[in-house]
Write a new protein. Sequence first.
Length: 148
Amino acid sequence: MLGLDARFAAKLDKLVAILQGPQYRLRVVISDGTRSREAQRLAYERYKRGAGPMAAPPGRSCHEYGAAADLVVSPRSDSTVRSVATALGLRVIEYGTTSNHVHVEDAALCRELRGDLPATRSLPDPQETAARPRQIPPGDPAGKKGCP
């Protein structure tokens, strides 16, 4: 599809081939790929009016960076699409409970292409956390006040 980032296009091709292959035999049509900023603005306006599917604000959609596509999958098979896409490093967003349209994106690639900064907060090392003694606030002998 014109305008897709080559790395995303390779994953999308693989996803479609697996879903249409002998194991799943699903019908997959790519209904949308890369969008201009203006097309994204219009999609977002339709979404805000309740006249269209979920859409990100202009500048935030992975479609604008060639890292997303919308698919029509039939028969509907959310769990299959999600498991295969996840195994390929793609994120899936379904459009609702009655639709067989799904949005697939490479979220990490999209962040890279948008120039988003990596997350500054990292998770603590589990081994380091386990080795640290638990701090119990004074006046809380059971240690319950610090629990969520």
